[in-house]
Design a protein around this ligand. Structure first.
Ligand SMILES: [Zn+2]
Ligand SMILES: [Zn+2]
Length: 310
């Protein structure tokens, strides 16, 4: 029986009889990439969605050289990047040089109209994109199609760079490729009733913020106003809040959601182990811990890809 399943590239390779390179494997139609985190954390955020022929970036917070190095290390040609979508304008999510890189490559920037003013239309890279007609605006809750076969729906969240968005993204079915849906939600603020849960049903994969351990945050040397901001409803999700939200999303995904990446860990107030342990505890076996990954600031994370299970 054919269906859509999830596997990391490493597990696919481990199960393969032939020693194909990662790049060769990604070129096979049936091994199409879903989400590759290049960097996630309070210093820089950048991820790739799509496949090796046509892909886009979610956020462009890495410097250009580092972004290119990480794209190359994960099997992507810079020329395959056709667009970038922006979650919000905190400077760990975009860089002037990265906007310039998009403009030079003829790649389209998708953002909210308010983001242009926040960045400033005279910022060199943004000005160049605007002059070339390479800026498109999305609206909260309205699906758009930034690259072929992929539909994105912006989901407004309560983080304190208004407006901030997460995304539901779906790969359309085509010959030999099954439909699938994922969500990318970082810089959340809160995941209570203000989140439009109904837009986040039936996911196959999830990337969700797990920013801080509350005890480490409280005992950190950070000023009290910053601690209040981070733990408040317009700041960042704690490990426990992440676990609770993940469990709810897994439950409303009818058994489809089997793979997850934890995003935007605080360098000073979290560890990968604490984040992972909190989600494992909250998920109570709903997601196999070996398919629960923790995104890194300094290196690409294992990708989550769609594959046909037989
Ligand atoms: Zn951020
Ligand atoms: Zn932010």
């Amino acid at each position: 029986m054919h269906g859509v399943g999830f596997a990391t590239i490493s597990s696919l390779i481990a199960g393969s009889k032939q020693a194909l390179s990662v790049h060769d494997r990604l070129r096979l139609d049936s091994f199409m990439i879903g989400l590759q985190i290049l960097a996630s954390g309070s210093a820089a955020n950048c991820s790739v969605v799509g496949d090796v022929n046509s892909s886009l970036l979610i956020d462009i917070g890495l410097g250009v050289r580092e972004m290119q190095n990480r794209l190359a290390a994960t099997g992507f040609e810079s020329s395959s990047i056709k667009a970038a979508v922006l979650t919000h304008t905190h400077t760990d999510h975009w860089k002037p040089a990265s906007l310039n890189w998009l403009a030079k490559n003829g790649a389209r920037l998708w953002c909210h109209a308010a983001h242009v003013d926040q960045i400033s239309p005279t910022t060199k890279g943004l000005e160049s994109l605007l002059n070339q007609g390479l800026v498109s605006f999305f609206q909260d809750g309205t699906p758009f199609r930034p690259i072929p076969s992929w539909t994105f729906t912006p989901i407004r969240v309560s983080h304190d760079a208004e407006p901030t968005f997460g995304f539901r993204f779906e790969r359309e079915a085509s010959s030999g490729r099954k439909k699938g849906a994922m969500a990318y939600l970082a810089d959340l603020g809160t995941a209570t009733d203000s989140l439009p849960w109904e837009m986040l049903h039936d996911l196959d994969g999830l990337a969700l913020e797990s920013n801080h351990d509350p005890d480490m945050l409280e005992s950190s040397n950070r000023p009290h106003h910053l601690i209040r901001r981070i733990r408040g409803n317009n700041g960042h999700l704690s490990n426990q809040q992440c676990g609770e939200a993940a469990a709810r999303l897994v439950r409303q995904s009818s058994g489809r959601l089997k793979s997850m990446v934890l995003l935007h860990l605080s360098r000073e107030c979290n560890t990968a182990q604490l984040a992972k342990d909190a989600s494992i505890k909250a998920l109570k076996g709903l997601v196999d811990p070996k398919h629960l990954h923790v995104a890194d600031q300094h290196a690409p994370t294992k990708p989550v890809i769609f594959t046909h299970s037989c």
